[in-house]
Design a protein around this ligand. Structure first.
Ligand code: HEM
Length: 374
């Protein structure tokens, strides 16, 4: 199998050597947990690595770009369980045949919109509009909303010009509308939802909405763009997918592993602890580095190769399904694993179908530009 690029592994030396790496994030020294086994252990040890710290789970933190804590992510068990249960049906939606058909039709439209162009930008012209439109399906909103969502930019709550104010104003409008006239969209679910026998308050509804808009955005866009770039530049893999479409499922897992679009996530240590030789003070932030774990040679053979038929691909790009539930933190094992990569899968499928139609079976006329959007 040929591979068009070097995936790189900026964590390799620290992971193999000291085991931890202290990063400087805007002046904040944050020790990173790097090894696969230690990442998995930390992800389930909420007593030591807590998420119950509003604004401080994302790195950089988001005190200045939003007014409320995000739900369910910025909570710990047992509180997390009830908050999580509320969005569970949403995450299950992409399994429904109707939704799959809608996403397929959407991807078809997107392919048609760029097909035949001399060139296009894989992010601006494809992955970004696809992500916002696919999110309308997930949230049960009219597709016309996607334009406004796109105007908030790639990162929404991060970067030089975060759109927190605009997004919060939009969410309040939608919640007002849903309170006056509930339908079956995401905002209507929130205004009617109960957690532990009580209605959500406005801040909580806002907290769920902000995560829906920010969490599945650049992650999805980066993953989609990488899948396109990989299949555009690796004819052998295109051919294998065409011959055996069942490979698409594993291919998406592999793409999520190598891209690891959520590089790391913050945790705050309520008590002093130690990560290898690094002392962590009570109240200090640490980071679980999914991207490093997904490149750990102790967990993945030949980790820098993209192997679409990789066996036992227990990557942590979406947090592993196999983390035991009992008494432990159970996080996003299903969120994007169901919704976005299914769209990405379809992109890969459609894209390879499209390749077949180009000259000599090679995609020569519309090679996507790749961009780093993380
Ligand atoms: C390829 C795309 C995606 C990747 C790689 C990804 C990755 C992750 C990861 C690693 C976490 C765990 C964070 C933690 O442990 O603190 C997480 C949490 C979460 N993500 Fe995603 N995500 C993706 C797409 C999405 C999408 C499309 C949505 C919804 C629109 C979404 C909503 C959430 C939510 C609600 C949580 C919190 C879950 C919980 O606390 O139980 N994500 N995501």
């Amino acid at each position: 199998m040929s591979q068009a690029w070097d995936l790189g592994d900026p964590f390799a030396d620290a992971r193999a050597g000291a085991g931890a790496l202290v990063g400087d994030f805007g002046g904040e020294a944050i020790p990173l947990i790097l090894r696969y086994k230690e990442v998995r252990a930390a992800a389930s040890d909420w007593q030591t690595y807590s998420s119950d710290t509003p604004f401080r789970v994302p790195i950089p933190s988001e005190e200045h770009t939003r007014t409320v804590r995000q739900l369910p992510i910025e909570t710990d068990p047992p509180e997390h369980k009830a908050f999580r249960a509320l969005v569970q049906p949403l995450f299950a939606k992409p399994k429904q045949p109707g939704m799959i058909a809608e996403i397929e039709a959407l991807v078809d439209d997107m392919v048609a919109s760029v097909r035949g162009r001399a060139s296009f930008d894989a992010i601006e012209d494809f992955a970004f509009p696809l992500q916002t439109k696919a999110l309308t399906l997930l949230l049960g909103m009219p597709m016309s909303e996607a334009e406004e969502w796109r105007s908030w930019g790639l990162h929404v709550l991060q970067g030089e010009d975060p759109a927190g104010d605009k997004v919060e104003a939009y969410v309040h409008r939608q919640l007002d509308r849903a309170e006056a006239e509930p339908g079956d969209d995401f905002f209507s679910v929130l205004v009617q939802a109960e957690v532990d026998g009580r209605r959500l308050n406005r801040d909580e509804m806002l907290g769920y909405s902000l995560l829906a808009f920010a969490g599945g955005r650049d992650t999805v866009i980066t993953t989609t763009a990488f899948a396109m770039a990989h299949f555009a530049s690796t004819p052998e893999d295109r051919q294998r997918i065409r011959e055996n479409p069942q490979l698409v499922r594993g291919a998406v897992e592999e793409v999520v592993r190598v891209v690891s679009p959520l590089t790391l996530i913050g945790r705050t240590c309520p008590h002093a602890t130690r990560i290898h030789d690094v002392n962590v003070e009570a109240g200090q932030r640490t980071a679980i580095c999914w991207a490093s774990a997904n490149r750990d040679p102790d967990a993945f053979e030949d980790p820098l190769a993209v192997k679409i038929d990789r066996k036992r691909n227990a990557h942590v790009g979406l947090v592993p399904a196999t983390i035991p539930v009992s008494g432990r933190r159970m996080r996003a094992w299903c969120c994007a694993a169901r919704s976005t990569p299914s769209a990405t899968t379809l992109v890969a499928c459609r894209y390879s179908k499209w390749m077949r139609t180009t000259k000599n079976g090679r995609h020569t006329d519309a090679r996507p530009a790749t961009k780093n959007c993380s």
